[in-house]
Ligand binder design. Structure first.
Ligand SMILES: C[S@@+](CC[C@H](N)C(=O)[O-])C[C@H]1O[C@@H](n2cnc3c(N)ncnc32)[C@H](O)[C@@H]1O
Length: 292
């Protein structure tokens, strides 16, 4: 069977199966391309419409099994093929960590312009999971030292593997810590993507998300428990000119309501996404009272 025919057929099956597309693609055709190309290690530069590639019988067996898993157990493609893309970079991905998809990628690619006065020399990726945010930052800012923090040692093992893959291990450390509990230094930039899905929202998530570690998604107190702690503690871990960038997703309205006096800057994204705020170290100090 030709590559193009297999992708068409798979996209049709995906569309009929009423899958949810929320892990790197937003439609059945892109999802089919992702599964087939990553599943067989085909270069994404190869345009399937014009490709003369014909799939062999062993290749078809592999792909048929992948398609079956995607449809029957609703596993996300990233876990099936073991890889996800973030900031144009491939990351090893498995059930030890969430699948990279944060809109913070766009900020990293724009080097956090115009938020940062100068390139950061120290960066903390708080709640790093498989390390995608911190490692992509390390590659954008080659002078910076980067700490990846997570409470889960299993996530950190994956993060270390990803750091090795991208050749950043001489500048990137992976540390197990409950938020800032094991941190004893300050950073020019803290980027955080903590769990922020409220208990109520958890109940309405499509089955694809239930393959992800629950401790990476669910959070108490309307999804705000960890974000609030990060906001309250960040001033002690930022340099004088430092900034905190944090994603809270759909909990953005609840956070704004809760901290109506805090001057959070809500960022806009050209390529989609919402619920990411920024605040300077100085503002966190000045508006400390607003955080209580
Ligand atoms: C939403 S995931 C973010 C993963 C990754 N940064 C990304 O953007 O794809 C949240 C991560 O926070 C970690 N986490 C949960 N509670 C934590 C805590 N108290 N301290 C540090 N990390 C925590 C989880 O293990 C999970 O890896």
């Amino acid at each position: 069977m030709r590559l193009a025919d297999y992708i068409d057929k798979t996209a049709e099956l995906f569309a009929k199966a009423d899958l949810h597309f929320g892990h790197g693609t937003d439609n059945a055709v892109d999802e089919a391309v992702y599964l087939v190309y990553s599943g067989l290690g085909i270069d994404f530069a190869e345009d399937f419409h014009h490709s003369r590639r014909v799939l062999s019988t062993p290749e078809l067996h592999i792909l048929d099994e992948f398609v079956r898993r995607r449809i029957e157990s609703r596993e996300p493609v990233a876990y099936i093929v073991g890889e996800a893309w973030f900031c144009g970079l491939p990351f090893f991905t498995d059930e030890r960590a969430l699948i990279p998809r944060s809109p913070i990628a766009e900020l990293i690619e724009n080097r956090f312009s115009p938020l940062l006065a100068s390139p950061p020399t120290s960066i903390l990726d708080m709640c790093t999971g498989g390390g995608c945010i911190g490692i992509a930052c390390a590659l954008q800012f080659p002078e910076a030292k980067v700490d990846l923090v997570d409470i889960s040692e299993a996530s950190l093992e994956l993060a270390r593997k990803n750091s090795d893959r991208h050749g950043t291990s001489d500048r990137v450390r992976a540390l197990q810590s409950n938020l800032f509990s094991e941190i004893d230094r300050r950073y020019d930039l803290i980027v955080a993507n903590p769990p922020y899905v409220s208990k109520q929202e958890m109940q309405s998530l499509p089955p694809e998300y239930l393959h992800e570690p629950r401790h990476g998604l669910e959070c108490e107190d309307e999804g705000l428990a960890l974000s609030l702690q990060i906001l309250r503690q960040a001033e002690f871990y930022l340099t004088a000119e430092g900034i905190l960038v944090m994603e809270v997703g759909n909990s953005d309205e609840a956070l704004q309501k809760r901290l109506s006096k805090l001057p959070m800057l809500w960022l806009e994204f050209e390529f989609g996404g919402h619920g990411v705020m920024a605040i300077t170290s100085q503002e966190l100090v000045k508006f400390r009272e607003a955080l209580n």
